[in-house]
Design a protein around this ligand. Structure first.
Ligand code: ATR
Length: 270
């Protein structure tokens, strides 16, 4: 008998998570399949479905990462602090929620040998990805976190929650620091960077959570300037690695799957 896993959210049809987790299930000889559960509005019914159909594990994505928390039996301390859940799993008949996005971000840096301790970090955006990024940078030992967002109130809320400083997006050209983390949707399926060369050159490392295209305009400029870059595919894979660990106890290989997903993105002309 095969166990069933999947991704819950909307839209999910283009998600790379099914390819990633099914590849790992097969590679590690686990009898399980991972599908896509497109749920737009009926989230409580969706979670009920997980319960009654005995779905073994679920990735939660936009737009449900926050709201899903109220339908769960238990939520991890990290997910509680970030204020979002992206992973569901069972523990002693309780449906539990955790957040692996922050580890996906943190491990993307550590895997590239980037030291975060004592560094000044600029985070662009104040949505769910930015919250995970703030948490990751704090855990990594960043000395200063500066948050820039179009909606200033949201930047202020994040700054309060994670002990950073808030700025309006209109002041981004004055930003400077060691690490720049771009968490907005700017650059997704478009040749546009939220900041120009004169800002980018003030940083030593630039990360973009966008992975369509894999090399965003922001990362292209950074690369041209000889600055270390970290792409969004890296975050996707490392958050998936942590999910797979929670579900199976196995730490899956991240290099092979990266090559596979790069090919998928290339074929889709990303
Ligand atoms: P996610 O969970 O992926 O972080 P989100 O919670 O919808 O998604 O957050 C999207 C972020 O991108 C927000 O910080 C948003 O800014 P606002 O808070 O002002 O909405 C930011 N964003 C999206 N499009 C943007 C744009 N064109 N210019 C500037 N910021 C943008």
């Amino acid at each position: 008998m095969y166990d069933v896993y999947g991704i819950l959210g909307y839209p999910v049809s283009h998600s790379l998570s099914p390819i990633m987790h099914n590849f790992w299930f097969k590679k590690y000889g686990i009898k399980a399949v991972y599908g896509a559960f497109p749920v737009k509005e009926e989230l409580s019914a969706g979670v009920m479905g997980i319960r009654v159909l005995n779905i073994k594990g679920v990735s939660v994505t936009i737009p449900h990462k926050v709201e899903v928390m109220k339908y769960l039996d238990e939520v991890s301390r990290e997910a509680e602090e970030i204020g979002a859940v992206n992973t569901l799993f069972w523990k002693e008949n309780k449906l539990c929620g955790d957040n692996t996005d922050w580890k996906g971000i943190l491990n993307s840096f550590l895997e590239r040998g980037v030291e975060i301790t004592g560094k000044r970090v600029v985070i662009l955006g104040a949505g769910g990805a930015a919250r995970a990024a703030c948490y990751a940078m704090k855990k990594g030992g960043a000395s200063e976190i500066l948050i820039y967002n179009r909606t200033f109130d949201k930047a202020q809320k994040l700054a309060e929650d994670f002990g950073g400083k808030a700025f309006p997006f209109s002041e981004i050209n004055n930003s400077e620091g060691d690490i720049f983390v771009q968490t907005t949707s700017i650059g997704m399926k478009e040749e546009r960077s939220p900041v120009g060369e004169e800002v980018i050159r003030k940083f030593k490392v630039v990360m973009d959570v966008v992975y369509v295209p894999l090399k965003t305009r922001l990362l292209k400029i950074a690369e041209r300037l000889g600055i270390k870059t970290i792409d969004g595919l890296s975050m996707l894979i490392y958050q998936g690695v942590e999910q797979f660990k929670i579900w199976t106890g196995i730490t899956p290989d991240s290099e092979e799957i990266r090559k596979i997903l790069e090919e998928v993105l290339k074929k889709e002309n990303c």
